[in-house]
Design a protein around this ligand. Structure first.
Ligand code: GLU
Length: 470
């Protein structure tokens, strides 16, 4: 951890900047800002023939709504300051997208690449039982999810451990989200964060006023996009941008970046990396020596989708993008924010832009509590109804649609359709709520502050309505 920089302090700084545009008293603001409960653990796990002491955390930032919600990351960089900051961002993120959860985050300070799958399973299960012991997990208390270095596999282990310790609990499936479909997961969760990033940026690009202010033409089509990081978030975001008509001019991973003004095919690059172990030397593209070169390359939209602090005081001045979409959590330092603001670059903030993951986690949790998959009750009914309406129109007009058109018109919604349309609606609404707030306070200079104002107003109102502050 860099002793001179605190990620949690940076989040608090952004909070304070925005709090001036709200009317809550200082005590309420302080309560919103602080982390409510912090759990720091050291537990032993047998690795090979040695015992290793594993350091781990779970932080619940806010209990204004329950359960608390947020991912669990596995990384050597995990430390208390980072987990606190990320848990706070979860509170604001959930508020902005109207997901009724408090914020939380967890992490284990390990490099998962240094352990085999059995070691990882033992570490994850032991971590889960520590959470159970302290009541830091449960469908109504605190619900973890994937984050950097974790995925469906880890969520299955968490679920299985929780269920073993809570036999017969009807809603146990809701103790964790991001699970495989066969274990109570929801269709569309895996790509949700990347898709949410796309929906969010597309809505930003549809805003005429905002686009005029930064000197870009409206619409996502033909916009030149750079994505840094081809993990779950970056890979899916890049794919959806490409499908949406944008041109992916540059992609970056640990080993370096590749650039092609004419556009890169994301899936082909992904397969090339799988085959050769590197993104570099992709046919038709130019290698850029460092992965950070991608952050300074020419484009309209830059999407950092890897880790924190990648754009900082040293490189922010070289960013050429007009829009920076924070797909990762905290990719910009506060200094970078200031530099980009002075350059009239629109920074679309993480806690709103990457909220697609938690939004679909909410849908998964609802599915688990209702014990029925989306579309199961109404899909066939809708199809029959659509078929009836269509045949009435056909007999009235004397025209028949083609078989392909019939399929599209008659189609009743299944789980993936409902999840995606719920996510799209959520991101569009959240974008416009932030822009409305920005319009209301012309003194606000950046979108992050406007997003914070929206979040603080919602969390603050919720605290007031709970009657905690008489
Ligand atoms: N880890 C993701 C995030 O930072 C998802 C959290 C969740 O689904 O609870 O938003």
């Amino acid at each position: 951890m860099n002793p001179e920089y605190s990620f949690f302090d940076a989040v608090c700084k952004s909070f304070d900047k925005a709090a001036k545009f709200t009317t809550f008293d200082a005590g309420i603001l302080e309560q919103i800002k602080q982390c409510n409960s912090v759990l720091r653990m050291h537990f032993p796990v047998k690795i090979g023939d040695k015992v290793e002491v594993i350091k781990a955390y779970r932080v619940q930032h806010s209990h204004h709504k329950l359960p608390c919600k947020g991912g669990i990351r596995f990384s050597e960089m995990v430390n208390l300051d980072e987990v606190m900051a990320l848990s706070a961002l979860m509170t604001y993120k959930c508020a902005i997208v109207n997901v009724p959860f408090g914020g939380a985050k967890g992490g284990i300070t390990i490099d998962p690449k240094k352990y085999d799958v059995y070691d990882l399973e033992r570490i994850t299960r032991r971590y889960t039982s520590e959470l159970v012991k302290k009541r830091f997990i449960g469908p109504g208390e605190d619900v973890p999810a994937p984050d950097y270095g974790t995925g469906e596999r880890e969520m299955s282990w968490i679920l299985d451990t929780y269920m073993a310790l809570h036999p017969g609990e009807t809603d146990a499936l809701g103790c964790v989200t991001g699970k495989p479909i066969t274990q109570g997961g929801v269709r569309g969760r895996k790509e949700a964060t990347g898709l949410g990033v796309f929906y969010g940026i597309r809505e930003v690009c549809n805003n005429l006023e905002v686009m005029a202010r930064i000197g870009l033409t409206p619409g996502i089509e033909k916009k030149r996009v750079i994505v840094q990081g081809l993990g779950n978030v970056g890979y899916h975001a890049a794919k959806f941008f490409q499908e949406g008509g944008a041109i992916i001019v540059c992609l970056a991973e640990y080993e370096g970046s590749i650039y092609n003004e004419g556009g890169l095919d994301v899936e082909a690059v992904f397969q090339h990396r799988k085959k050769t172990g590197s993104i570099l030397n992709f046919p038709g593209a130019t290698n850029l020596p460092k992965n950070t070169d991608a952050l300074e390359a020419d484009c309209d939209i830059l999407v950092p989708a890897a880790l924190e602090n990648v754009i900082n005081k040293d490189n922010a001045g070289n960013v050429k993008a007009k829009i920076v979409g924070e797909a990762a959590n905290g990719p910009l330092t506060p200094e970078a924010d200031e530099i980009l603001l002075a350059k009239n670059v629109l920074v679309v903030p993480d806690m709103y832009l990457n909220a697609g993951g938690v939004t679909v986690s909410y849908f998964e949790w609802l599915k688990n509590l209702s014990h029925v998959s989306y579309g199961r009750l109404e899909r066939r009914f809708m199809e029959n109804q659509n078929a009836n309406i269509l045949s009435q129109i056909e007999s009235m007009t004397g025209n028949k649609v083609t078989d392909d058109q019939r399929k599209i018109i008659v189609h009743g919604p299944d789980e993936i359709d409902l999840v995606r349309s719920g996510l799209e609606d959520t991101m569009i609404k959240a974008t416009n709520e932030i822009f409305d707030c920005w319009k209301k306070y012309p003194e606000i200079q950046d979108m992050r502050t406007a997003a914070f104002v929206v979040a603080i107003n919602k969390v603050g109102t919720s605290y007031l309505e709970l009657g905690i502050f008489p």
